[in-house]
Design a protein around this ligand. Sequence first.
Ligand SMILES: C[S@@+](CC[C@H](N)C(=O)[O-])C[C@H]1O[C@@H](n2cnc3c(N)ncnc32)[C@H](O)[C@@H]1O
Length: 257
Amino acid sequence: MDDKIREQWENNADAFAGLIDGMGTPHHREILNPCVERLLGDVKGKKLLDAGCGEGYLARHYAKRGAIVTAIDVSKRLIETSQQLSKKDAIKVDFRVDNVCYIESVHNPEFDIVLSNLVLLNVPCLEDALKEFHRVLKNGGILVFSIVHPAFNFYGPGAWQMGGRDPKTHRREGVYFKVDRYFEEREYERFWKTKAGDTFPKPISFFHRTLSTYLNSLSGTGFQLIEFAEPQPVGDDAFFDRERRVPFFAVFKAVKK
Ligand SMILES: C[S@@+](CC[C@H](N)C(=O)[O-])C[C@H]1O[C@@H](n2cnc3c(N)ncnc32)[C@H](O)[C@@H]1O
């Protein structure tokens, strides 16, 4: 595991946690969460690993829904924040500092579900992580993971060509979408902004990969794809006009063969 990436998340931990407001950013709430929830199905009584849990909102949510949740993250600071938040709400989750590239704290295939929400696009070790998810799942166990859609990455080399601002939402209109350098698998860095518009202390590393790399890595590590989803916003909020035109997220559901 790259120390640089661990340090990025450690330094950005508070800024990142500040973006997650209850059930995540508006994009999480309006687009991603409903899709992930549908793909996971009934979690009651199931052993669920939240791999790369961030400040732990999904871990808490699925624990409230009756899952027995273990949650790992490479950032000690984010795990401390997760522990505090779950204590505050009296929700039981086993939070651990651990690494999806090599999950040291899990020795046996004990999970029914692995959920990895917006994590695999931030790690250099896609295949190792998938192998680890396969190892810790029981036979027939389910993996659900999400990424920002690699064919329509709003911020990478392909991006929206912008027009004027929508007077209602103050959002800039997307005129057309440039898709470019899709086949160049590479790391790139971006600085995120806090809600107040301040720049995060450190950049965040992203690892652009094609959809075929994700799909073939799944089958190569012993998973069988059950569903591939490109979720659309659930409501009709004009804020999400662009996300109604091209998919923002890609979500994969697979079973351990
Ligand atoms: C974009 S955030 C997503 C967090 C959370 N799943 C969510 O949906 O809010 C990516 C998370 O992956 C974590 N992460 C990055 N590399 C990791 C690794 N190798 N092992 C475990 N967690 C990692 C980061 O610390 C961060 O919390």
